[in-house]
Design a protein around this ligand. Structure first.
Ligand code: ZN
Length: 269
């Protein structure tokens, strides 16, 4: 049984003890040179990491790749480029946490370009759908659907959003069985602070959008708490200075959750 299975079964109870298990399961074998090249080329958000942290990021990505099958749709042939780009970008969300977190992720489907919305298989397998439902989807059952062209579009340092971070944030959110913008926190008091901040800052976002004002986040974040968390996660990694300026409390809580401060490493304007 892998740590993935253990965490999926026992969740919260094991989180405190998972750090040492992860260290045990994170192979110390060097990652392939090709992976480092792909990271350099396709994951600009990792360029600020030290070589040591980049290597660890790729080891976390390997953990994900070992556990989660990738499937090409509509003619996509799954390549190392596709696998490593998506897994390393996803790993940005969790590589500073003391345990792996994509316990609910069971499969990644990759389409060449925009795709028609996929229907959930049953009423209880809720899918989180995107604006035109064409670039990415996350299902409660742990399926993530991505457009490779959208992933590539976001693989530039000028990108203000990132579809992989968005959908994987939904998967983090779904770990407790509900899309509500509240991921599992290892410290319960942190969870309470997060819930209070989420309520307050979501209200600010929704009021700005309804008034037609310049909202702190992409308008889509006003749709519900789940989308607010996913869009805020994109902003935290892609445009951290703006997020810190507009919603400083939210930035602080995200910084505690993801255990980093991307704004601090940004080049001052
Ligand atoms: Zn979404």
């Amino acid at each position: 049984m892998s740590i993935w299975d253990v965490l999926a079964r026992h969740g919260k109870e094991l989180i405190e003890h998972a750090a040492t298990r992860l260290q045990f399961h994170l192979s110390t074998d060097p990652v392939p040179h090709l992976w480092v090249d792909i990271l350099t080329r396709n994951v600009p958000l990792a360029r600020g990491l030290t070589p040591h942290d980049q290597e660890r990021l790729l080891r976390v990505a390997r953990l994900l790749l070992d556990e989660v099958p990738f499937e090409g749709c509509d003619g996509v042939e799954i390549t190392e480029d596709i696998r490593v780009t998506i897994a390393a970008t996803a790993a940005l969300l969790v590589h500073r946490l003391p345990y792996p977190r994509f316990t609910k992720l069971v499969r990644v489907l990759v389409y060449p370009d925009t795709f028609l919305p996929v229907r959930a298989r049953s009423w209880h397998d809720v899918a989180v759908e995107e604006p035109e439902a064409t670039l990415g989807q996350a299902w409660m059952s742990g399926v993530v659907v991505l457009s490779w062209s959208a992933v590539q579009r976001d693989a530039t340092s000028a990108a203000s959003g990132n579809v992989v971070l968005h959908e994987m944030a939904h998967i983090l959110d779904a770990e407790d069985g509900i899309f509500d913008g509240q991921p599992l926190h290892d410290d319960p008091s942190q969870g309470e602070r997060w819930a209070a901040t989420l309520e307050r800052e979501f209200a600010i976002q929704r009021a700005a959008v309804e008034a037609g004002e310049d909202a702190p986040l992409n308008d889509y974040a006003a749709r519900n708490h789940a989308e607010f968390f996913a869009v805020a996660t994109e902003a935290f990694f892609c445009t951290p200075d703006r997020l810190r300026d507009r919603l400083p409390d939210l930035y602080l809580q995200l910084s505690r959750f993801f255990r980093e401060d991307p704004s601090a490493s940004s080049v001052p304007a």
